[in-house]
Write a protein that binds this ligand. Structure first.
Ligand SMILES: [Zn+2]
Length: 493
């Protein structure tokens, strides 16, 4: 690949302009306009459907209030204004996954407007405007016999997803690099999962992103020809697709050609985008106000009631973690990455584990085990309470670090009571000074050469003496104390 070599030089001559559109399914129990379950993955194909979401004649949609609340919650988290009056519109187009022949969406009066999202990229803060957050319904899904529709012998349709509440978050074209686009998505997904409106799954498509990208000569005011890129189902795919599109558009412009406004699909296997269709204009959809639904008036009291359901957002929480628990910016960011992670941390501290000790273990050994077993702490045998009691044993000096590590790995899978295990197996740390002093003396007597080397200035000779005491206690010695006692003894003349 030549991406790495060509992009920087392209960026000398052209400014990249990227705007992202995110579609996020809302975690409501039922669909947007009917009582069918919104869960479309665990049911048999077409099981969760009814006359409303199948688009049969003579039925009327009913607005899902929870979906409206979730969209307003999202809009507030993104600093949007909530106009007092909003309505739904029909977006007309034909495709087999949309049996009504139109999608109920929002056109000129969306639920919210004028927000923004701020996030760091390479040490600088990027601020991206949010044009609007509106509410619509999802379509069904198609399964082609073969890779793509064009060459398929047959296609199957599943309408379980048809009518699932979908939020569209339209970003301003404020992003200037693929990395910024990726970070915008990472941060947006973090916020949506924090506020509990979306599960953030790019692979399964509950969080989807389309990108608009254009290039213009540096210094130009006018925007270049915009290309919409689809089919990116990971953060990495978004970044790679945009990089590849910059490369393609640069070569067209450099050769004196003109770009076509079109929709292109990212093909992961080929590492490039391919043309899908020329871009529709809004008038192609013949939007008109949805005649079967009343407009919505969202009064200030409703908006404030929704605002009260907003949890502390990740950025604010990370900031508070630094102030309240004395964590570094890095630790605070790691421990507030997800709401579950942050809740776990505060539960540990609330259960009497010192802040720094909790941070070290949670972001170190516990995170490694969660990764290894693909199981978060909350669902492990140990659980948050079990980890708290294990770490209290470490804090009080009842067990030493290596013993705690072994117990952690065992309990994470098998479960059990740390205190009872320590008692039953006699794992308690040996930290009695008199007992350890006797063992230190025995170690020095048994290893005269090492003792002489240390006295002669060879620091590393202490290791052999430390090991000797450790073995004598079955690995349970308080090793920092052993280290001190050995040094004291060996410095005596
Ligand atoms: Zn239905």
């Amino acid at each position: 690949m030549t991406e790495a070599a060509t992009i920087p030089s392209a960026l000398d001559r052209y400014e990249v302009v990227i705007g992202l559109e995110v579609h996020a399914q809302l975690l409501t129990r039922s669909k947007m306009f009917c009582p069918c379950p919104a869960d479309y993955t665990s049911a048999a194909p077409n099981e969760n459907t009814c006359p409303v979401c199948l688009g049969l004649p003579g039925v009327l949609p009913v607005i899902n209030q929870q979906a409206v609340e979730y969209t307003v919650r999202t809009a507030l988290a993104l600093h949007c204004d909530i106009p007092p009056f909003t309505k739904f519109d029909r977006k007309n187009y034909f495709y087999p996954d949309l049996p009504k022949g139109y999608q109920i969406s929002q056109y000129d009066l969306p639920l919210s407007i004028n927000g923004h999202l701020e996030f760091p990229v390479g040490g600088e803060t990027v601020r991206c405007g949010i044009t609007r957050v509106h509410l619509e319904e999802d379509t069904g899904t198609m399964h082609h016999a073969g890779d793509v529709l064009q060459s398929a012998m047959s296609s199957l349709i599943d309408l379980n997803r048809c009518g699932v509440p979908l939020m569209e978050i339209v970003g301003e074209p404020d992003l200037r690099a693929p990395e910024a686009a990726r970070e915008y998505l990472v941060r947006l997904r973090q916020i949506l999962t924090y506020i509990g409106v979306n599960d953030g799954n790019l692979e399964q498509g509950s969080f989807r992103c389309d990108a608009n990208i254009s290039l213009r000569p540096r210094g130009a005011q006018e925007l270049g020809v915009k290309v919409e890129v689809k089919n990116m189902n990971s953060f990495r795919a978004v970044q790679r697709a945009l990089e590849s599109e910059i490369e393609r558009q640069t070569s067209v412009l450099d050769a004196g050609g003109t770009l076509v406004q079109e929709t292109r699909g990212w093909v992961e296997a080929h590492g490039r985008t391919i043309s899908q269709r020329s871009k529709e204009q809004a008038h192609d959809y013949r939007y008109f106000p949805e005649p079967d639904l009343p407009p919505l008036r969202l009064d200030a009291a409703f908006v404030e009631r929704v605002r009260a359901t907003l949890p502390e957002l990740p950025e604010a929480r990370a900031h508070r973690f630094q102030e309240q628990y004395g964590l570094t910016a890095y630790d605070a960011a790691v421990l507030t990455d997800t709401r579950e992670e942050a809740d776990t941390y505060e539960a540990l501290v609330g259960a009497g584990v010192p802040a720094k000790l909790a941070a070290n273990w949670q972001s170190g050994d516990v995170a490694a085990l969660a990764n290894e077993h693909r199981m978060p702490l909350q669902h492990s045998g140990l659980g948050v309470e079990g980890l708290a009691s294990l770490l209290r044993l470490v804090d009080s000096g009842a067990i030493n670090g290596p013993t705690a590590k072994e117990l952690l790995a065992e309990l994470y899978v098998a479960g059990g009571n740390p205190e009872a295990l320590v008692r039953d197996r006699g794992l308690a740390q040996v930290s009695d000074t008199a007992e350890l002093t006797a063992l230190v003396d025995a170690a020095i007597a048994a290893n005269p050469a090492a003792a002489a080397d240390f006295r002669a200035g060879k620091q590393q000779a202490l290791g052999q003496l430390m090991r000797s005491v450790k073995e004598a206690t079955g690995g349970k010695a308080d090793m920092p104390l052993v280290n001190r006692l050995l040094r004291d003894r060996l410095s005596e003349q």
